[in-house]
Design a protein around this ligand. Sequence first.
Ligand code: NAD
Length: 258
Amino acid sequence: MGVYAVTGSASGMGKASAERLLAAGHTVIGVDIRDADVVADLSTPQGRSDAIRETLALAGGALDGAVLAAGLGPTPGKEALIAQVNVRGVIDLLVGWRPALAASGNSKVVVFGSNSTTTTPGVPNSAVKAFLAGDMDKGVARATRIAKSGPPFTYAASKIAVTRWVRRTAVAPEWAGSGIRLNVLAPGAISTPLLDAQLDSPLKRAVESFPVPLGGFGDAAQIGQWVEFMLSPAADFMAGSVVVVDGGTEAYFRPDDW
Ligand code: NAD
């Protein structure tokens, strides 16, 4: 049985992933701003370094894997937080945990991306580049130039940035060569408190009118099953992949983009 760190373990898909791993007999170290083994605010450098340190202490220096699910949706007025949690809350933690992930010799990481990465037209690449360069203020400024598009552009840019980071990093010798498998799970609209908040906001019409060929919204518990699968031996030969689970939305918009 393995030891797994799960961020965003207090709610939604992070919680569903943690429950699935616990039910299979694994040890889970939950990291969240509330109701977790490690309570830390991933929007601040101090919170992130506390999260890294406390998780490593609880894990005894070796991790069989990690799930990076903590994140914010495209909420107006929260652009700076979205950038910090969705981007730095993933990259900083994984860099900090890398030695522990390498220590197990065959570890697996699932980073939560989003199908918004390929279904949001017009996301400024300069925002993504700034996020990847660590200049979060510049990234937010670039993503919010058109005020109305600020939240969706910042959100999509944050998820594009972590997806690119995973794909670049997954194949680097310090990661792949240390037996660390980094992959992305990109959900579409999944029924969680994050989606509920959007349905209770001015974004309601946009969310409900987004095409989902299979209909309805996805189920968080099923996403937990995908996470468990991507952490299992079935994923031994998988690195830098993006697994889209979105009811067909991505294929609907880009059937020939392959
Ligand atoms: P959720 O809101 O149910 O859970 C997110 C968790 O992140 C919460 O427990 C919250 O406390 C934690 N969190 C937020 N800010 C934090 C901070 N500063 N420090 C520490 N923890 C913090 O959301 P969810 O829908 O389960 O989303 C999980 C992931 O999936 C997120 O990265 C989200 O962007 C992504 N995603 C969600 C959807 C969807 O439709 N629900 C679609 C695509 C991608």
